[in-house]
Write a protein that binds this ligand. Structure first.
Ligand code: BGC
Length: 375
């Protein structure tokens, strides 16, 4: 079977042939991969800045945003049957008995850093025809979401962030009603999303759905399908080429939440200076090496203290975040049917994966399809 792989030693990205895997433990499930999304992390792995092959291998099969179909189940598998659609999670726990996060099924909060991530860190990924995984790492997808479910993994980034942010917002500020229903968590508050890549756009959809008055700020100028999507979901798009952050802050008023999805450290640091009183700044980007920059750290520190601000980093996702992502995808589909159609730029065969990952992304999300029946 085909597997899109990166060879860091020889600096190559190519499609290789591999033997099909089989079930060897009772809790395992054999999956046929349908879709795999391409993201910035894949680009970093394929430019040899990030990612690590499994111990003993000189290559890594990439791909972590996936959608698969169950082909066969081990004798102890209870939740799945052949034909079910599933999304495997990415991170696997570290082996250390003392890691409370991993030992309690919360490997997205691993303390030791010795976790593995399929398609990223020391474990082969999903950009291949068949994989085997343990039942506990799979999330069931409603059949109606076949076309868009590959977006669930990048959507979990925003879901995890919102879960954290709404918890904090219920604890503080104290005048917000802790009993506010989940779908109105952002009512009366503003959210500023930085970046118009898939993580930024899906983040904007999550924030708008939660009731935040949502702004999206990026370099992009019209005409652009990304800007059209922002407008279609009722958010306001502002280009950094036309408006400074200072002017944007005047327009927004108190910026209650910043959701950073641009992966640019200087831009993030600059935006942090415009976070409002009692605001929360969420960082989701994982930048590679970027130019060193000086910043007014005393001013940042003074602001954060005097304005009760929170700086929150968030990575990976747990089962609850996958469940919320699948719920929200269905909601987005009902609420913005046309906009959701534009999220997936196209489906391409695995042979084109290397050039698509390394080239400039044309639409919003490019998908590698292993199911030749999908168009
Ligand atoms: C993936 C996460 C992963 C992170 C860091 C992201 O692209 O979606 O699952 O934890 O990269 O490796």
């Amino acid at each position: 079977m085909k597997a899109v792989s990166v060879f860091p030693g020889s600096r190559e990205v190519k499609v290789i042939e591999q033997k099909e895997p089989g079930i060897s433990q009772p809790d395992q499930v054999l999956l046929r991969i349908l879709d795999v999304g391409i993201c910035g992390t894949d680009w970093e792995i394929c430019t040899f800045e990030y990612g690590t092959p499994p111990p003993g291998d000189d290559y890594l099969v990439i791909g972590h945003e996936s959608l698969a179909e169950v082909v066969a189940t081990g004798s102890a598998v209870e939740r799945f049957q052949p034909g079910d659609l599933v999304i495997p999670s990415v991170r696997r726990p570290c082996p250390h008995p003392g890691c409370l996060a991993c030992r309690s099924g919360h490997q997205d909060y691993c303390y030791t850093g010795d976790f593995t991530e399929r398609g990223i860190k020391e474990a082969h990924g999903y950009m291949t025809e068949y994989v085997v995984d343990h039942e506990r790492y799979l999330n069931l997808v409603p059949p109606g979401l076949r076309e868009f479910a590959v977006l669930a993994e990048p959507l979990t980034v925003a879901e995890k962030a919102l879960a954290q942010v709404s918890w904090m917002m219920r604890q503080r500020p104290p005048w917000l009603d802790p009993a506010t229903p989940a779908e109105e968590r952002g009512r009366g508050l503003s959210a500023l999303v930085l970046g118009v890549g898939p993580v930024g756009l899906l983040g904007a959809m999550v924030m708008a759905t939660a009731g935040f008055t949502t702004y999206v700020y990026s370099r992009e100028l019209p005409p652009s399908p990304r800007i059209d999507l922002v407008t279609a979901i009722g958010a306001t798009y502002v280009s950094s080429q036309a408006t400074t952050l200072a002017d944007l802050a005047k327009q927004v008023g108190n910026i209650d939440l910043v959701y950073e999805a641009a992966g640019h450290s200087h831009f993030a640091l600059e935006a942090l200076g415009w976070l409002g009183t009692n605001g929360i700044f969420v960082l989701t980007g994982v930048p590679g090496v970027q130019a060193f920059t000086e910043s007014d750290s005393a001013r940042r520190m003074r602001d954060m203290v005097l304005k009760n601000q929170i700086l929150l980093g968030t990575v990976n996702a747990g089962p609850d975040d996958f469940a919320s992502a699948l719920r929200d995808l269905e909601l987005f589909r009902q609420r913005w049917p046309e906009a959701v159609q534009t999220l997936i730029a196209g489906r391409y065969p695995p042979e084109q994966a290397p050039e698509l990952i390394l080239g400039r992304q044309k639409g919003i999300k490019t998908v590698i399809a292993f199911d030749s029946s999908s168009g």
